[in-house]
Design a protein around this ligand. Sequence first.
Ligand code: RP5
Length: 173
Amino acid sequence: MKRKKREAAETAAPRVAIVMGSDSDMEIMRESAAVLDEFAVPYELFLTSAHRTPERTAAYADAAPARGIRAFIVGAGAAAHLAGVIASRTLLPVIGVPIDATALRGLDALLSTVQMPGGVPVAAMAIGKAGAKNGALLAVQILALGDDGLREKLAAHRRKMAADVEKKQETLR
Ligand code: RP5
């Protein structure tokens, strides 16, 4: 990530919240941050746990919209209730990233994230890095609904992915 873009993303008011249940989730959630840096979307990182710090979680979710946050990307492992709890307290879109943190290799977190009861949606991503990356891309897509510049960046991103496949084709023997 280019320094200028990262600095811009760090100084502007955050529009996306990257939330995680433990600092041990940061290695995975870094992928979300990298995508938002790439698109120069300002974000903040927030550590809170549905189980260990329930009041902190509720206060953060409640205050976020007034501060300009427009989407949450929430990474959690084990009995991953953080995305669901945040979703229960907000009308903003919540994107859940299940993290491989236990002997069940993320399947526990995937099911906890995806199996929300009807009425309180969480957009569940894949387990791990791909999920963290896609979570950020989905957040950018949400913001792009009202931002032509961001929509063009997304289109360019898709074109580059396609061009990269074509290039790789050339290297096949
Ligand atoms: C979850 O428990 C966290 O999101 C993390 O993935 C997992 C383990 O947390 P630590 O024991 O590493 O803090 O709440």
